[in-house]
Design a protein around this ligand. Sequence first.
Ligand SMILES: Cc1cc2nc3c(=O)[nH]c(=O)nc-3n(C[C@H](O)[C@H](O)[C@H](O)COP(=O)(O)O)c2cc1C
Length: 267
Amino acid sequence: MKSRDNGGMTELIHNTTIDTLLERRSIRKFSNEALSSEVIATLETVAQHAPSSQFLNDWSAIRVTDPDIKNQLAHIGGQPYIAQAPLLYVFVLDEHRNAAIARSKGVETGDDAFTLTSSYRYTQAQNDAVLALHAMETAAYSLGLGCVVLGSILNDAAALVDLLGLPEYTYPVLGLAIGKPDQEPALKPRMPRSMQFFENEYPSSDERLLSGLDTFDDEVRQYYDLRNTERPVDAFSDQIAVNAVDAAVLNKSVLPLAQRQGFRLDR
Ligand SMILES: Cc1cc2nc3c(=O)[nH]c(=O)nc-3n(C[C@H](O)[C@H](O)[C@H](O)COP(=O)(O)O)c2cc1C
């Protein structure tokens, strides 16, 4: 398989881990094959070994096995393949467990001194959850499985909270669908490395920042998207322009639900 171009002349080093990462692409069609308990235990244990901010381990994941809940998640996400995933997780940032632990140590969690609900902890807990999800994803690919990360389940995060019974001091982060691939999508191109990696400081002009964009636009246009084979893929810059004014994201505002879940993101 041809890996994505690294955007430069320097040869890359290859080993099985690096090749697993370079050849990763989202999989959205799975065979019906169930995954063994050993695979599940391995993936979940790998996720637990991800780094954790201040070792607070402030994330959890719900393994969704109930077909009815899977269907409801697919409905929220507007993506039928969510329901077909042999293994499905929703990762959540979780200060609920730590609040309970703190209370067991005599800490008052109901007053201003309690800071697990702060914006800093919220973002660090989210980072923890994403790193754990990504470790699981990479491990799954290394076992010959395929995955898709699911932000679509946040289309209605409040419904997700209700559906999964997510308590105070938790907030859903992302879903991860895992299974044996039943499709072989093309590798999606990535922008030139020079557009994303800068030395010592951020580029001072848009001209420098965007050099390479035209070539990347052409590459993206040529990508064959299995999700919509009827129409060519838009150039990257056109995709960004559309997303830049997507009013639908305003319906996904984090603040009100985070507040309902007990977070105090103004602190
Ligand atoms: C935070 C995040 C949310 C995503 N949400 C979805 C999703 O809801 N549904 C989906 O089909 N793909 C989703 N994806 C996958 C991206 O569409 C995909 O990674 C991107 O188009 C690049 O393609 P590739 O993974 O094949 O390289 C998500 C990826 C990330 C990182």
